[in-house]
Write a protein that binds this ligand. Structure first.
Ligand code: S3P
Length: 448
């Protein structure tokens, strides 16, 4: 029983059998980051926003429910298309209850920025994993803008007192975070004066692209690291085509590198350059990945990815690529275990603050399967090149850990039991179907 919701929760486990090869053609569901932003920006725009290819996952549904509770009408059309009736910059209504954002860091942090600017009070919370994650990274700069926000020891629940008059600030983020940048830009839409966010390195720029396409002028430096918005700004409803999520495709890109003897084609994947660190890192490891039919979906670049079985070699991952591949390290660790020679990851302390401590949880899982892993404070060294043995992994409720160990079945000599996999539904609800379609043998069981 979940103490928060009172809902009976059944633990789910995966059972992954060793397989030799994968192949064929697959598609992955819509991009999570873009789906969240389409709902949020569509909600406060003037007029309707039509979102095609919306990701119907638990995280994005949590955002949808939160906006419905804030008085926004969202209608389903044919599969994967949503029509959001924008209420305008000042049209959100006080929510009747606490807003529960489930497992989603993006939802809670971006909404903190947005709700800090409203006339009404609100409280945001989430599941056990989300309530362990740091929230002062958004609360502190928002307070400097005049927001009234209380966290519980730096974590959710987050209590926002409405009616604050926000003013623009010039803020240098200590870490490159798209969530922090986006939360401040959302608050900046309402603030008087200019809000400037400076980043120590690149991070995903979906918010900037979408705001501009909705008619909001932004000043962005050529390197993309400094973004300014002058409030108040109104947004225009638009049509948004959500591309396939590169972070979901990444599991199959690595699967292809490990076993696509005749190639694996992944259609319609977002390849925004602030997200493609995983492709750069894998290519440096010797991966054979071809971008075909490059095009744009609205303001986002898209391509089909053709991946072939590759002889991977270990590399020293340049730390500046870490924010560009921030969600792909669990699956990159599996690629590193398969690669010849050591792979060194440094400057990746942020991985300890994701849905789980991804450095510790991945190191423990790989070690359980016989890999040689040296865990460091801000990274890891993986001595690759051996086959793995079968064994039992605890995903610690982290969707990307669960999916990564499913792909490890391509280099394992025995079955891999993956515990606590229900969270896969937060980002990739049909993962098992797509996995089966390309030849992986992963089944789900109710856990004991
Ligand atoms: C996201 C930003 C990243 C990423 C997360 C989604 C977003 O977090 O890890 O899964 O949609 O803005 P940080 O920006 O905090 O690194």
């Amino acid at each position: 029983m979940s103490p928060e919701s009172g809902i009976e929760t059944v633990r789910r486990d995966y059972h992954a059998l060793p397989v030799q090869s994968v192949g064929g053609e697959i598609t992955v569901p819509g991009d999570k980051s873009i789906s969240h932003r389409a709902l949020m920006l569509g909600a406060i725009a003037d007029g309707e926003t039509v979102v095609r290819g919306f990701l119907e996952s638990e995280d994005c549904v949590a955002t949808r429910r939160a906006f419905e509770a804030l008085g926004v009408r969202v209608r389903d059309e044919e599969q994967g298309t949503l029509r959001v009736s924008g209420v305008g910059l000042d049209g959100l209504k006080p929510p009747p209850d606490v807003l529960d954002l489930g497992n989603s860091g993006t939802a809670i942090r971006l909404m903190t920025g947005l709700l800090a600017a409203q006339r009404f009070d609100s409280t945001l919370t989430g599941d056990e994993s989300l309530r362990k994650r740091p929230m002062e990274r958004v609360a502190t700069p928002l307070r400097a803008m005049g927001a009234r926000i209380a966290t519980r020891d730096g974590r959710a629940p987050i209590e926002i007192t409405g009616g604050a008059r926000l003013k623009g600030i010039d803020y240098a983020m200590p870490v490159a975070s798209a969530q922090v940048k986006s939360a401040l830009l959302l608050a900046g839409l309402y603030a008087s004066g200019t809000t400037t966010v400076r980043s120590p390195g690149p991070s995903r720029d979906h918010t900037e692209r979408m705001l501009r396409s909705m008619g909001v002028p932004l000043d962005i430096t050529d390197d993309g690291l400094t973004v300014s918005v002058s409030g108040p700004q109104r947004l225009k409803g638009i049509e948004i085509d959500v591309p396939g999520d590169l972070s979901s495709a990444a599991f199959f890109i690595v699967a292809g590198c490990l076993g696509a003897t005749d190639g694996l084609l992944i259609r319609n994947v977002g390849v925004n350059p602030t997200r493609t660190g995983v492709l750069t890192i894998l290519s440096a490891m010797g991966a054979r990945i071809e971008l075909r039919n490059a095009r744009t979906a609205g303001v986002e670049p898209v391509a089909d990815l053709f991946v072939e079985r590759s002889e991977l070699k270990g590399i020293d991952v340049p730390p500046e690529l870490v924010p560009l591949a921030i969600d792909e390290f669990p699956i990159l660790f599996i690629a590193a275990a398969a690669a010849r020679g050591p792979t060194i990851v440094r400057g990746a302390e942020e991985l300890r603050h994701k849905e789980s401590d991804r450095i510790a949880v991945m190191a423990r899982g790989l070690t359980a399967l016989g890999a040689r892993v040296d865990e460091r404070e801000a990274g890891v060294i993986i001595e690759g090149g051996q086959r793995l043995r079968g064994g039992t992994i605890d995903s610690h409720g982290d969707h990307r850990v669960a999916m990564s160990f499913s792909v490890a079945s391509l280099i394992a000599d025995g079955p891999i039991e993956i515990r606590d996999t229900a969270a896969v539904a937060t980002s990739f609800p049909n993962f098992l179907d797509v996995a089966a379609a390309c030849g992986l043998s992963v089944t789900e069981r109710a856990g004991g």
